[in-house]
Each structure stands twice: as C-alpha cells, then as structure tokens.
Design a protein around this ligand. Structure first.
Ligand code: B12
Ligand code: SF4
Length: 517
C-alpha cells in the first residue's frame, strides 16, 4: 500500500519556481508505517498512473484553477484500484462536486496536518469515510514540511508558511473565510528549522507563503489601546512580538538567504516593522494594491488601502526600507473605466515598485464577489452544458477569461486593456529602468531575467489559449527558468546547524528589550 501525493496541473514545465508546500506538509504528516509517500508535482511532469497498484492511496490537493485536472487524476487513480482522497481549498468548498467529478472515496476539508493519519488508517482498514473535517488547527500544530523529499534541481524557491488566516475581509478573496480571520502563527523555531533545511539543500530564496505577514497593524494596536478592557491589546501585542521574534531569528541565518512575503499596504505606516523586515532580509513583498482609485477600493472592501498620490508615497516607503514590492492590481472592477488601464500603468511605473501583476477580477468560490455573481447567473447560462457558475469544470481552452459583467466595458476591452498593461510594464526598457534599484550589472541582468520569467509565467490574460501558443509560451518559460535557477540556487550547506533555531523564550526576552513598545 503506497501513498501518492499529487499536485495536479495541465501544464508541465520540467522545472518550477516555487515548491508546492502542501505536498511536503502532508508527507510530514504521513505516519512512518505507510513508508515515504511518492510526491508528484504535475507542474514538473504529468502523473504516471501506471505506477498505482490496487490498494494504494492517492491524495490530491486542489484549488479552483487546477480542480478539473485533479478530477481527471482522481478518476484515473480510482480506475486503477486506488483509494482516492481529495483535500485543499477547492475540495473544502465543494465536497459534493469532488465526489461526483473526482471519483473521490473521501474529501478532507480544512487543514490536513492532523486528520491525514486518520484518513490513511481508515483506508488501510478498507473503510475510508466520505468526509473528514481537518478544521482550523492552531499555529503550533501546523506540520513542519519534509524538505528532505525535495527532488534535486527542480525548484528555485522554497516555501515556508509562518501564519495562516487574515483579519481582513476583501470581497475577492476567500482566505479569510476558509483559513479564518484569526491569525494562527507558527512557532518561530519550526519556521526557522524549515528555512535551515532548505538552505542546507542550496535554497537561498524562500517564499513566506502566508496570507498576510502583517496581521496586527499599528492602527489595530492603537484601537485596542483606546479600549478600557486591555485584554485585546495584550493578545495583539503578543502576536506582534512573535513577528519581531521571527524576524530576529531569520536575521541570524546565513546572510545570502532572501525572503519574500505577502503583506498589506498598512505596513508602510510602521517603520519599525519595515526596518525589522529589512534586517531579516525580507527583500520583497506582494502588496495587494488592487485599485488606484478610492471608488475601486471601496468596491473590493479594501478601504484600508490608499489611492492616488498617497498610494505612491506608501509604496515608496517599502522601497525606502529596502523591501521590493510586487504590486498586485485588479482590472474589471465595476468602477473601472477605459482610462483606468493607463492610470494604473502610469502609477505602477512611478511608484517605485519592482514587479507587478495585473489580474482580471475573477469570482473565486468562497468569496463575497462569487456569492453575488452566482446569484446574478442563477438563470442558468451554460457553456457546453456546464453552468457558467461552475466555470472551473469547463476545459481551460473553452473557459471565458472574464466572468463578471461590467457596467460599461465589454469583456474583450478588459482582457485587451489588461494585456496591454502587462506588455507596457514589462518592456525591456521599462524593466531596465526599474533595474536601477539593484547595484551590480550582474544583479541588473538577473532583475531583467526574473521580470521576463514572471511576465511569461503569470500574465494569464487569455492570449495564450490555443495549444501552439501554450507550447511556445511554455518553452520560453522553461528556457528562462533554466537561466534563472542558476541565479537563485547556491552551494548547499549540509552542515548548517539546527541550533540556529533558538528556542522562543530566549529571543522573546532579547527582543522585548530591543523593539516592542
Ligand atoms: C503561495 C501561494 C501561491 C503561490 C503558489 C506557489 C506554489 N508552488 O505552491 C503562487 C504565487 C504561485 C500562487 C499563484 C496563484 N494563486 Co495562490 N496562494 C498561495 C497561498 C498564499 C499559500 C498556499 C500555501 O502554500 N499554503 C500552505 C499549505 C500548507 O496550505 P494548503 O495548500 O491550504 O494545504 C493545506 C490544506 O488545504 C490541506 N490540503 C491541501 N491539499 C490537500 C490534499 C489532501 C489529500 C489532503 C488530505 C489535504 C490537503 O492540508 C494542507 C495542510 O494543512 C494561498 C493562500 C492560502 N491560504 O492557501 C494562495 C491561494 C491558494 N492562491 C490563490 C490564487 C487565486 C492564485 C492564483 C490564481 C492568483 C492569480 N490570479 O494568478 C495563482 C494560481 C496559480 C496556478 N495556476 O496554480 C487563491 C485560491 C482561491 C481558490 N479558490 O482556489 C488562494 C487561496 C489565495 C486567495 N487570496 O484566495 N499562489
Ligand atoms: S486579499 Fe489579502 S488582505 Fe484581503 S483578505 Fe485576502 S489575504 Fe487578507
């Protein structure tokens, strides 16, 4: 009885940028008696189902974008006599669909870390249950990934989660609903131990795969401080203190290590936090800018962001503190007009951000936007018999690119406008100008290659929908990735000591003297 863990993907590049974390977390949660799981990341190569023998267990993790491929894997695995178990955000949201389309014996909702051994034991005894609730477990219980199972020379960046959950409630995002609004921070020493394990294998770059690295803002603390009951203030201060503790420990790691995270723009108002990020070598952060206008921000329930010139100032604050910003912008908001594309491109260019992504508003299940959109389409519009409200079940090449009806713009106008902004932001001359943020010629060339790779892999605006274009685009991305890998991977440090992960209490005291006010 072998355990296979499969990360589904329609496209396989042979190489990938970031390690899919859930595979290595579930591998860690697999009890030793089941042997070492076979890990299959289809972004590298397709799953060879002939390796399955009857009685094996196939665990498949899906989000909305790869659900359909996951279902095909599930059906193939069941046909070969395996127990098929699904988990991940999409399985959590649509367990019945997963059973119907993915041939699942079992669907696990929520966090898999603690429930996975139980699922395996039930499969072993031949009686898996249809559903398991993994719940939202505390930060300390989140498993430490098994990086010893990583294949050599395939990925460029490791991924380590430091906190799960986000207190905000953006209308286009499902995280606060699935992972919850309470930040669940992992033990600092667990996080650092993972970073050490990755550096031992030559990984210098690590994505802190968090929902929001800055869950307690300066404004939250000030508001809690105004309350007569100081209990909340105590809780928030402790959470903040742990963030600083973590950053103080990251600072002690080999100084060629670089981290990247996701954060809200509010961190720009917190120079103490930004300074700690810089010391910890958190050199980059994805910041959800979303819209450059106040109306747009209101539409996505993101009033805590700034617009216009105040936005430029906030974004520049990151840069001043040595944190490169990957700005994330959304097009197709009801308040957008034909001018929004140009205004956004201009602002992105002059705000000092290093990278940007421009996504088209997509109703992801589990979000406020999805619920509204689903109601609007309750009339039953279909594509090849599949309801539009279940668009992820439509094969990718037939899927529309824009779903949300816009009051003034046609879908093609939004798609084309978005594509043009990507093209404009990533011309060689624009990238070269931005590359001045790094010093040496080598670093500037690296910046150019990374920018082009990013553009190639993530500008998913629908232009590359026919298979010839997809193949060409994949070939180019693979070629760029080969060059980029050399920039990211360093000589392994097998002797790096675990003792770099200092037990929390000691740093907490040092830190308390130094930082928290
Ligand atoms: C890191 C990340 C990325 C990285 C992924 C890198 C990589 N190779 O993994 C990058 C930046 C590339 C990325 C891209 C995108 N992402 Co993303 N990403 C994340 C993020 C922040 C963390 C994911 C992670 O590693 N979590 C840590 C692991 C351990 O947690 P987990 O995956 O949830 O797994 C746990 C459980 O779900 C469960 N589980 C998972 N699988 C399985 C399987 C089995 C069998 C079992 C039992 C349990 C189980 O157990 C695990 C351990 O507890 C999540 C936010 C989030 N909260 O998930 C968004 C998130 C997954 N991304 C999202 C989106 C929308 C995207 C993009 C579409 C964005 C875009 N517009 O381009 C693209 C899609 C790329 C693609 N085509 O696949 C959405 C997905 C929404 C949805 N309904 O599907 C999320 C939830 C963020 C959000 N704001 O809503 N992303
Ligand atoms: S978009 Fe970011 S800030 Fe908003 S709820 Fe999601 S994770 Fe939190």
């Amino acid at each position: 009885m072998r355990v296979h863990l499969v990360n589904p993907s329609d496209l396989s590049f042979g190489t990938a940028v970031i390690t899919p974390r859930w595979l290595y977390v579930l591998a860690a949660a697999t009890p030793a008696r089941f042997g070492t799981p076979t890990i299959v990341d289809e972004t590298l190569e397709p799953f060879d189902t002939s390796r399955i023998v009857p009685g094996d267990i196939v665990g498949i993790g899906i989000h909305t974008a790869n659900a359909l491929r996951g279902y095909a894997v599930g059906q193939a695995a069941r046909a070969r006599g395996a127990f098929v178990v699904f988990g991940g955000i999409h399985a959590t949201l649509f367990p019945n669909e997963v059973r119907a389309h993915g041939a699942a014996h079992s669907v696990v909702s929520g966090d898999g870390d603690l429930v996975w051994p139980l699922v395996l034991a039930d499969c072993e005894s031949g009686a898996p249950r249809p559903s398991y609730d993994g719940g939202r477990i505390e930060g300390e219980a989140l498993a430490t990934a098994r990086w010893d199972l990583l294949p050599a020379n395939r990925y460029m960046w490791g991924s380590v989660q430091t906190v799960r959950g986000c207190p905000k409630h953006c209308s286009f995002c499902s995280v606060w609903r699935t992972d919850g609004q309470k930040p669940r921070q992992r033990r600092v020493s667990d996080v650092v131990r993972e970073a050490i394990a990755l550096r031992r294998r030559g990984f210098r770059f690590v994505l802190l795969a968090d929902d929001n690295f800055y869950p307690v803002t300066a404004a939250d603390l000030a508001a809690a401080n105004r309350r007569a009951d100081k209990a909340r203030l105590g809780e928030l201060t402790a959470l903040r203190r742990e963030r600083f503790e973590l950053m103080a420990q990251l600072e002690r790691l080999p100084d060629d290590m670089v981290f990247f995270t996701q954060i809200t723009m509010e961190a720009a108002e917190d120079p103490e936090f930004l300074a700690a990020m810089r010391r910890a070598r958190i050199r980059g952060a994805l910041v959800g800018v979303e819209s450059v206008t106040p109306e747009g921000l209101k539409a996505v329930h993101k009033n805590f962001n700034d617009a216009g010139e105040a936005l430029v100032t906030r974004l520049q604050a990151f840069r001043t503190h040595g944190v490169h910003v990957l700005g994330s912008f959304i097009f197709g908001l009801p308040t957008d007009t034909a001018d929004t594309f140009r205004a956004t491109a201009d602002l992105a260019q002059r705000s000092g951000i290093s990278f940007a992504q421009f996504v088209m508003l997509t109703p992801f299940p589990g979000t406020v936007d999805f619920a509204k959109w689903e109601q609007q389409h309750a009339d039953g519009a279909t594509i090849n018999g599949v309801p539009l409200t279940r668009y992820w079940l439509i094969p990718p090449w037939q899927r529309p690119k824009v779903y949300m009806p816009h009051p003034t713009m046609a879908p093609e106008t939004i798609r084309r406008g978005t594509q043009e902004v990507w093209d404009r932001f990533y011309t060689v001359s624009a990238i070269w100008q931005r590359a001045r943020c790094v010093r040496s010629l080598r670093s500037r060339i690296a910046f150019l290659i990374i920018s082009k790779l990013y553009r190639q892999m993530y500008a998913n605006t629908g232009i590359a929908t026919d298979s010839a274009r997809v193949t060409k685009s994949a070939r180019r991305a693979r070629w760029l990735a080969k060059i980029a890998r050399r920039l990211f991977i360093a000589a392994p440090m097998p002797d790096l000591a675990d003792s770099l992960a200092v037990p929390e209490a000691s740093t907490r005291r040092q830190y308390a003297r130094r930082v928290v006010s």
